[in-house]
Design a protein around this ligand. Sequence first.
Ligand code: FAQ
Length: 311
Amino acid sequence: AELTQEELFQQRIDADQRIEPKDWMPDAYRKTLIRQISQHAHSEIVGMLPEGNWITRAPSLKRKSILLAKVQDEAGHGLYLYSAAETLGASRDQMLADLHAGKAKYSSIFNYPTLSWADIGCVGWLVDGAAILNQVPLCRTSFGPYARAMVRVCKEESFHQRQGFEIMQTLCEGAPEQKAMAQEALNRWWWPTLMMFGPKDDESPNTARSMQWRIKRFTNDELRQKFVDMMVPQAEFLGLTVPDLALQWNETKQGYDFGEVNWEEFWQVVNGNGLCNHDRLQARVDAWEEGAWVREAALAHAEKRRQRQEP
Ligand code: FAQ
């Protein structure tokens, strides 16, 4: 019997061939990619806000220039990702309209406040650490433009993670007050970071199909486990305590057992009721409205140039 288009598509996926924008693809594949890539793009842009909050208060000129560069990198990541989503037929104006209307999701982690300088350390160390674990496998995701965008993003994320760890290390080697500040920040960021990987596999509606299509290469729980196994020794090296009484090395599985994430809190934050959801969205809406004159001026300029070039 002849294979259907969908079966041929799955054969290409199974042979690890990249799917490109003009190739045939099932509607649901296109839809789930637009969903994931646009959420990812929004996360990068909204993710600039918690760290942007500390640019004017960075403790030294050196820290300030590093933080500025990092926050600008996140803007760049957002732009590559919006472009990748556009190759699937999504319109950037529509994606942004959905974000501004509160209809589009972005990572739960950016709805938590950055209260002290140590939070900037934790965002780099833990949040970028989680982002890297999730994104390195995405360099091999089946959709070409998304995979290629991830290569550069991951290189930049490694620098971000390193700078976060180094902030933590400096604080942990400093005065007792600085070490306490680092511990207090870890206490607040640990659990929200574990939530970044998404719901448990048996409660994740998208995982099975995204694995079959090789959009995702690991499940949410697999990545969460890798994260804990990677981070616990780093916390020990810093002399910090991971705030989880259930945390214990499991010899048989050669990994850590750890406590249960507060899923009630996770869904509250995802559904708009976290500490900063309102402020984050308002900041994006304000930026869009205050930037209207720039967009208008750019369009007017392009129009003038076009008229000048006409014979
Ligand atoms: N927050 O069925 P699943 C960064 C939603 S890193 C909010 O498991 P999926 C770097 C999910 O969308 C952060 N919503 O979904 C940076 C779905 O809702 P939907 C961004 C979440 O897609 C660092 C529903 O729950 N990284 O920005 C979350 O298979 C520092 C059911 O979930 C990425 O986006 C959550 N944590 O797996 C920037 C990576 N988790 O759409 C600035 C790419 C789940 O059905 C500063 N994305 N949901 O209504 C992915 O790998 C996947 O989309 C997952 C979720 C793993 C996030």
